[in-house]
Design a protein around this ligand. Structure first.
Ligand code: SRM
Ligand code: SF4
Length: 569
């Protein structure tokens, strides 16, 4: 077999593994069947990502088990591929029931889908099979492929949303891997997979993409998907009647960075052109293919589209893409974003249906003594006639509620304590955090488990300065990989070591300016002291209506990074 360039020599180990995997089969089937260990081999673990799962171990007990000479407490994280984040109530109920295979309920991710944690090897096929049985998949939820495509939930403009959402689903199908390995492993549950001789990946090739590739659709004025952080961002252009005219195309976004390695960085995408809907699929196909052909396959830290684009230049990229398209790429159309957060509570859509956005802290739906959010959402799904939508800020929208259904849903929201949004402070409503410890193998510090405490501390500070209602966007990541898109937070903490974070300030609240480091690798006391000073100045010196992120830039408390997409065209 050859890779997408026809080469077989000098491949990096990661590329060689993909090439030799017989289109993502490896020995996963045998690894799942082996009962002497809770793990699978390292190579199969890498291939398993393409199937939507990561092998993990409980880091809380790692040392204890090592001392007891036990193998780590292995389990698997399983991620659902859910373009656009929309579920029917029936699908919700089934995904909820499938959480019996994990140990941590349902976890809404920052890419508007669900993850399960703590799944044992022997339950993997039942879980993944169950997800497929309701018309969903996990294929390409992780791995060097086009991942779950996200889409603005934008419930107000119901007709516009419906059309753009349909495009996100269509594009996902169009760009998804075609290997039969997935079916053999999870649906047919073969003990011995085939040799893959009949497989072909017309777009991705036998070595797939150099790295993960993320796509998001935004529907202005809402940028809830953080469209400029995507490798490929698609900004819907609607006319006054909310009819879809096409999409502005933005390329080269990404958040991931490695601590202490300045060659890696967060970057916002550049808007490079406009395509009408009929050219969308072909344009995206070729754009992905440019990255397939020119992305760095030697150094994985340097393999995202943003580096291809910076190394070769925006003009080169546009020309290369244009040379593959049979039609002329049009100049970008005007757009304007107002917000990249969620709007909580009830909103009426343009078709008279209602939509209720509920705050789900860190996206975690699990019953605990203080609240029963998972049960509450289950009860809502049992009676709801519309659909349920996840947001990229880890929240849920009970969408398309008929007016006569509203009161019953409201009663369930109250009964199960899902009405956080009515009481929460501005910063709490706009806070997101990644999973981090104990499951994430890359975490350097706590995130999800630290969020409640850090929010309490922030709230005390904000109250001291009379800023308790200030809707400051706060993002918390357990390491610089940036899964909570921390570089887009007005305030952000990025984990560097246990109890130590970089304090970053100064992103805007529309997703068009990244923040900068204000204090590096500091503990909670130093974070709170630094914030106390800055918030005091904000309270005293802000201009009317000025947002916190804008203030710290205007007051030269931080200097924002140079890369910034045009605010409007
Ligand atoms: Fe992420 C790796 C969790 C969104 C950038 N991410 C991981 C892994 C799989 C750790 C690993 O490789 O071993 C984490 C699993 C933790 C766990 O226990 O569940 C993980 N990422 C998540 C989620 C669940 C965070 C959350 O709390 O919601 C999000 C799942 C999204 C999804 O449904 O697909 C998640 N990750 C993101 C985002 C945000 C986004 O896409 O909008 C980013 C930044 C955007 C980007 O990709 O640039 C992100 N994750 C990364 C990176 C850095 C990639 C890079 O270019 O350097 C890694 C590390 C890697 O790939 O090597 C990573
Ligand atoms: Fe893990 Fe780091 Fe991603 Fe948080 S940001 S989930 S700690 S990889």
């Amino acid at each position: 077999m050859t890779d997408s360039h026809g080469n077989t020599n000098n491949l990096s180990p990661a590329e060689r593994l993909k090439l030799d995997s017989r289109f993502l089969r490896g020995s996963i089937a045998q690894g799942l069947a082996a009962r002497h260990t809770g793990a699978i081999s390292e190579d199969d673990g890498k291939l398993l990502k393409f199937h939507g799962s990561y092998q993990q171990d409980d880091r809380d007990v790692r040392e204890e088990r090592r001392q007891q000479k036990l193998e780590p407490d292995y389990s698997f994280m399983v991620r659902v591929r859910l373009p656009g984040g929309v579920l029917s109530p029936r699908q919700w109920l089934e995904l909820d029931a499938l959480s019996r295979y994990g140990n941590a309920g349902l976890r809404i991710t920052t890419r508007q889908t669900f993850q399960y944690h703590g799944v044992r090897k022997e339950d993997m096929r039942d879980l993944v099979g169950g997800i497929n049985a309701i018309g969903l998949s996990t294929l390409a939820a992780c791995g060097d492929v086009v991942r779950t495509i996200v889409c603005s939930v934008n419930p107000q403009i119901s007709s516009g949303h419906a059309e753009v959402y349909r495009w996100s689903v269509k594009l996902m199908e169009y760009l998804a891997p075609k290997t039969a390995a997935y079916r053999e492993l999870w649906i047919d549950r073969l003990e011995q997979t085939s040799d893959g001789a009949h497989d072909a990946e017309p777009l991705l090739g036998a070595t797939y993409l150099p790295r993960k590739f993320k796509i998001g659709f935004a529907i202005p004025p809402y940028n809830d998907v953080d469209v400029f952080t995507q490798d490929l961002g698609l900004i819907a252009v609607l006319d006054a009647q909310h009819r879809l005219l096409g999409f502005n195309v933005a390329a080269g976004g990404g958040m991931g960075a490695t601590a202490g390695d300045p060659a890696t960085y967060a970057r916002l995408a550049d808007v490079i052109g406009f395509v009408p809907p009929e050219h969308l699929l072909e344009t995206c196909w070729h754009l992905v293919a440019v990255q397939r052909d020119f992305g760095d396959r030697n150094e994985r830290k340097h393999a995202r589209l943003k580096y291809t684009l910076d190394d070769r230049g925006l003009a080169w990229f546009r020309d290369e893409l244009q040379s593959r398209l049979p039609f002329a790429f049009e100049p970008p159309r005007p757009y304007r974003f107002e917000h990249n957060g969620d709007r909580f509570g009830w909103i009426e859509g343009d078709d008279g249906k209602w939509h209720l956005t509920l705050r789900i802290p860190s996206g975690r739906l699990r019953d605990v003594p203080s609240h029963a959010r998972q049960s509450g959402m289950r009860e809502i799904a049992r009676m709801h006639q519309g659909d349920l939508r996840m947001t990229c800020n880890q929240n849920v929208i009970v969408a398309n509620v008929a007016p006569q259904e509203k009161a019953a849903i409201e009663a369930l929201v109250r009964r199960y304590g899902l009405n956080d949004h009515e009481r929460a402070s501005g910063v709490r409503l706009n806070a997101i955090s990644c999973v981090a410890l104990p499951t994430c193998g890359l975490a350097m510090a706590e995130a999800e488990r630290y969020l409640p405490r850090v929010l309490e501390q922030f709230e005390q500070l904000l109250a001291r300065h009379g800023l308790q209602d200030e809707p400051i966007h706060f993002r918390l990541s357990g390491c610089p990989n940036g899964c909570a898109r921390p570089y887009g937070g007005e305030i952000a903490l990025v984990g560097r070591a246990v109890g130590k974070y970089d304090l970053r300030l100064g992103a805007d609240h529309v997703g068009q300016r990244l923040n900068s480091v204000y204090r590096e690798n500091v503990d909670e006391q130093a974070i709170l002291a630094a914030l106390d000073e800055v918030l005091a100045r904000f309270a005293a010196e802000r201009q009317p209506g000025e947002r916190f992120g804008d203030f710290v830039v205007r007051a030269a408390i931080v200097t924002p990074p140079a890369n910034r997409p045009a605010l409007t065209f």
